[in-house]
Design a protein around this ligand. Structure first.
Ligand code: URP
Ligand code: ZN
Ligand code: ZN
Length: 468
């Protein structure tokens, strides 16, 4: 196979808007044309190399808009590097990630962004962009936001949680939102009332409640809902759009739904862990629950139905992974005897496309909605569409040939993420990635990794293309 001229023959092409039996011509890294099987146009591509997709789906590469490779957290670092994490993403049918560069307190945005460029440069197997975590809002930072937007970093994550680390108070958030309303960027909010949560953490520990399951109890659903409500009101005052990350509580989703019913530019993202896992996992004995410690936390099972409904009604628009892996051994174990010291985050960048395909099989969402929430809308939301997220002439040839009938069992034994456990250990799913092209170049070829460290390019992004 070469990158120059390839035809993907015989598959069912699925995008967010269409399902068509079509052949796909790839030329010089881009989609050149689509034509019905056996049409005169498709027959005229006989000189191209052929990838047979008979009986398979042909879908756009996944766009995971929320990953944390090498994130420093709780005295350690997320265990996937940009090299290992993007390779694992490709194995799972994701061809674009948007990771989070971090501004530490006292540092400039520029300093943080440069550091993240240095980590990712020449390391990635697939294309990548950056959001910027803003931890220190001041006059200088606010001016820097404008510069970063011009450089293609068009979204800024802020935290209402983690006082003393990433936390911003309401005044700081309002100022950043006001700036975003002028420079066209999108504020992404970690919506949890961290001040109240820290009180509950101290009370729980003082009462001897140290197990991982208390992580879920102190990070109360109402404190997610309260923060979500407050973030929405601050965004309204600022006249800025708002994207709420990793929504897990049905009460928080209700706040987003109410805002959207008012016609506001308020968006919500959820993650596979909230759709497939629950507080039952956090309560697993022998400290196993630590494997499921993330924030926002896993919720009781009842919340899952509300999240699925939100995905169907478009009150939630995006499913990202919030991939932030920490090994059980030596990393999650830092919190034995004190749940508040367990590094927060779950692995999942390799699992997202398969889990969401399973949701199609289970009847939660349609095939087109699968592509919409995992590929097209994240690309639109973060200024990458139609280069990414769809299969149309001119788009990057980020293409996945997906076998909808293959069976697999998720396991740390077989996954490619650099982490010693799977959050979905033993889970049987139907559907598997067979072949992955990134800008026309094979990364996964019939189930084998053929990619290259450094193939992935940095993606400067436009502003949000999803506003009403
Ligand atoms: O637990 C999580 N989500 N860890 C990653 C950092 C964040 O808040 O997204
Ligand atoms: Zn967060
Ligand atoms: Zn995150």
């Amino acid at each position: 196979m070469t990158a120059n001229r390839t035809v993907i023959r015989g598959g069912l092409v699925i995008t967010a808007s269409d399902e068509i039996h079509a052949d796909v011509l790839v030329e010089d890294g881009r989609i050149a044309a689509l034509a019905a099987h056996d049409s005169a146009a498709a027959r005229s591509w006989d000189d191209a190399q052929v990838l047979d997709a008979t009986g398979k789906y042909v879908i756009p590469g996944g766009v995971d808009a929320h990953t944390h490779m090498q994130l420093p957290f709780g005295g350690t670092f997320a265990s996937d590097t940009f090299e290992t994490g993007t390779r694992a993403a490709a194995w799972g049918g994701t061809t674009t990630i948007i990771d989070f560069a971090v501004q530490s307190v006292g540092q400039s945005l520029r300093g943080g962004l440069d550091a993240w460029h240095a980590k990712a440069d020449a390391q990635c197997a697939i294309d990548y962009g950056f959001h910027m975590i803003v931890s220190d809002v001041n006059d200088h930072t606010l001016k820097e936001m404008d510069v970063l937007v011009q450089e293609g970093v068009t979204s800024f994550k802020m935290f209402m949680a983690y006082p003393g680390v990433f936390y911003s108070d309401d005044g700081q958030i309002l100022r950043a939102m006001q700036r975003a309303s002028v420079n066209g960027s999108l504020v992404m909010m970690h919506a949890e009332n961290g001040i109240a949560i820290d009180v509950l953490v101290q009370q729980a520990l003082a009462a001897g409640k140290t197990d991982p399951r208390y992580h879920g109890e102190v990070r109360h659903a109402l404190l997610e809902a309260e923060a979500t409500h407050r973030a929405i009101q601050l965004a309204r005052v600022a006249g800025a759009p708002l994207y709420v990350v990793h929504v897990s509580a049905q009460e928080a989703l209700a706040e987003i739904t109410a805002a959207r019913d008012l016609g506001l530019n308020v968006y919500g993202e959820t993650c596979p862990q909230y759709l497939f896992l629950s507080t039952d996992n956090l309560a697993e004995p022998d400290f196993e629950g630590a494997k499921y410690v993330c924030s926002t936390p896993l919720r009781p099972r009842e919340h899952q139905a509300a999240l699925w409904r939100g995905l169907r009604t478009n009150d939630l628009q995006v499913v990202s992974t919030d991939h932030c892996p920490f090994c059980f051994s030596g990393q999650k174990e830092l919190g034995r005897g004190d749940f508040s010291k367990i590094p927060n985050g779950l692995p999942g960048v390799e699992n997202r496309m398969d889990l969401l395909h399973q949701a199609v099989v289970d009847g939660h969402i349609t095939r087109r909605r699968w592509i919409e929430i995992a590929c097209a809308t994240p690309a639109r939301m973060f200024g990458l569409y139609p280069r990414k997220g769809t299969l149309a002439p001119g788009a990057d040839a980020d293409v996945v040939i997906y076998d909808p009938h293959a069976e697999q069992v998720m396991s740390a034994e077989t996954h490619h993420m650099n982490v010693d456990y799977s959050a979905y250990e033993g889970r049987r799913t139907t559907g598997r990635v067979e072949t992955v092209l990134s800008r026309g170049v094979p990364v996964i070829d019939a189930g084998s990794y053929v990619g290259r460290t450094g193939h992935g390019q940095y993606l400067p992004r436009g502003t949000c293309q999803y506003l009403i």
